[in-house]
Design a protein around this ligand. Structure first.
Ligand SMILES: [Zn+2]
Length: 536
């Protein structure tokens, strides 16, 4: 029996964490995300893990967003010493995301402590500090997608493109159990069809169990083309008034999509000739990582590169990492486009830009991302006449453009289309990562359309998974169609692993018998030979 406990990303969209335990008691984690959105939810970040981090040898990370990766530094701080398996771009993005997250934790704790001191209350410690985040980066073990890997004997896995953000992955996991092999698929966050920059999500056909996200399980996105025209209109509106365009944007993916579109407008000669500022140190670093990782682009982005352009560049673009440069932007009169974090206007440089521009008729505020309840961004979207920024009431006189078509998540139509490929293997479906109404809508649609058994797990619910007859036929076909070379190589890895384990046991016993390096070398040689002999 395989057990899966939903320790986050169940009944909500943040804190994604799933613990898998097999019959031998081996533990694997899928994602280790931060809970976000209000004191009550965020208190979960401090709770006991519900398992011993030291006993987890493998953590699969689907992508670099903080709601999937943000508790990794705490996991390592609390004893995790295993491998964090993820795609190479995710590992690279986590280097900047986790350090930034640690900085945010430190700042928050400092602010809370100052507030508490005035009330005569205690000091607040951060969830983790920069040093913890830096430590945790040592455990990252990047693996290219589409490669079959053996995690431990009897447990194999493969990452597939999820098309959500650069490096984002779906996870396929095979685990042997008394009743046979069980295949579990974790969708991670799934991208929509034809999303900018990244390729469309990989289609998967076989599975006994499927965990699928449902962020937009009850919604259909507005047309992308309409959103693009609306975006251009927002720029033209502020430009015609000699005012600024403010774009509060999330540093990862959304900012790069905005730059990508501005680049397209620029190449098509429809972008007004005004300065464009990327005013976020984190987004600047993320953009550099996007620029480096061209091999993960989709065809359209590659075509731009092949024509000699930078998909995230245009003549008027300036990066402003330094604080003085950021301040100088508002001292310059005239029109400009300013992209700054954070995405919900609750912190960061965007607050300064809002203070300078929100009250100016003729300016544009372009909202391109999800705005949670209670945030300044949400208040602006909801049409409040004034909002509080740095304890000052600022009138909202700028025109607000809420553009819904730039989401990096699949909508209900995309999700159902992706699930339709499983029609033959009919996995048992668990709908996760969504607000209850969104999850329910998706669960009902999947059940009605495909007749699959569907369940919406609660937070901390443990699910019991057994080998299933239905999926077996499809799985057999999948195995037959799989690369023989891959299977052989994975067997050698199994052997290598066993040998290594045996070596450790013998060493512990202190006996003379030793398995020398030569045995391991011999296996490595066989592996090399297999690679050459077997056809590609
Ligand atoms: Zn995400």
């Amino acid at each position: 029996m395989i057990q899966v406990t939903c320790l986050g990303g169940a009944g909500s969209v943040t804190g994604s964490t799933y613990l898998i335990e097999d019959g031998l008691g081996r533990k694997i984690l899928i994602d280790c995300g931060l809970f976000q959105g209000g004191t009550q939810v965020e208190a979960r970040n401090w709770q006991d893990w519900g398992f011993d981090p030291e006993q987890v040898y493998t953590l699969f990370l689907t992508h670099a967003h903080i709601d999937h990766s943000g508790r990794i530094p705490k996991l390592v701080k609390d004893g995790f010493r295993g491998k964090i398996i993820t795609s190479p771009p995710t590992a690279e993005l986590c280097q900047i995301m986790l350090l930034d997250s640690a900085h945010v934790q430190e700042m928050d704790a400092e602010w809370q402590t100052r507030k508490n001191r005035r009330k005569g209350k205690r000091q607040i410690l951060p969830l983790y500090i920069t040093e913890d985040a830096a430590q945790s980066l040592k455990y990252f073990s990047p693996v290219e997608r589409d490669k079959m890997i053996t995690v431990e004997p009897g447990i194999k896995a493969r990452l597939r493109n999820a098309g959500h953000i650069l490096g984002s992955s779906i996870l396929e996991l095979w685990a042997e159990d008394e009743g046979g092999e069980i295949k579990i698929v974790f969708s991670g966050d799934l991208g929509k069809q034809n999303q900018l920059i990244v390729k469309d999500p990989h289609e998967i056909f076989a599975g006994d169990y499927l965990f699928i996200e449902s962020t937009y399980g009850n919604r259909t996105h507005r047309s992308f083309e309409d959103s693009k025209s609306e975006f251009l209109e927002a720029i033209q509106y502020a430009h015609s008034h000699g005012e600024k365009v403010l774009i509060p944007a999330f540093a990862l993916e959304r900012t790069q999509e905005i730059l990508y579109l501005l680049g397209e407008f620029s190449r098509n000669g429809i972008l007004p000739d005004i300065p464009i500022y990327l005013d976020s140190p984190l987004a600047i670093k993320a953009t550099q990582i996007f620029r480096k990782n061209k091999k993960y682009y989709d065809e359209e982005a590659m075509a731009i590169v092949d024509q000699g352009f930078d998909p995230f560049g245009m003549p008027n673009l300036q990066f402003t990492p330094a604080t003085e440069e950021s301040i100088a932007i508002n001292e310059r009169p005239g029109s400009a486009i300013i992209i700054a974090g954070n995405g919900m206007c609750t912190a960061g440089r965007i607050k300064h830009h809002l203070k300078h521009n929100l009250w100016r008729p003729g300016a544009s505020i372009v909202i391109v991302g999800f705005q949670a309840q209670g945030t300044t961004g949400r208040k602006i979207v909801d049409g409040e006449k004034s909002v509080k920024i740095f304890r000052e009431d600022i009138a909202v006189k700028a025109r607000v453009f809420t553009i819904g078509g730039f989401s990096a998540h699949a909508d209900q139509k995309d999700l159902l289309e992706w699930v339709s490929h499983f029609a033959e293997s009919r996995p048992h479906v668990f709908v996760v990562h969504g607000e209850p109404t969104a999850s329910e809508a998706l669960a009902n649609s999947i059940h009605e359309r495909f007749g699959m058994e569907v369940h919406i797990p609660r937070w901390k619910e443990t699910l019991m998974l057994k080998a299933r007859e239905v999926a077996r036929g499809v799985k057999r076909e999948e195995v037959a169609a799989a690369d023989i070379k891959e299977i052989m190589l994975s067997k050698v890895i199994d052997l290598q692993y066993e040998l290594d384990r045996l070596k450790q046991v013998l060493q512990k016993r202190g006996g003379d018998i030793e398995i020398g390096e030569d045995e391991v070398e011999r296996l490595t040689a066989i592996q090399g030979e297999l690679r050459e002999i077997l056809p590609d």
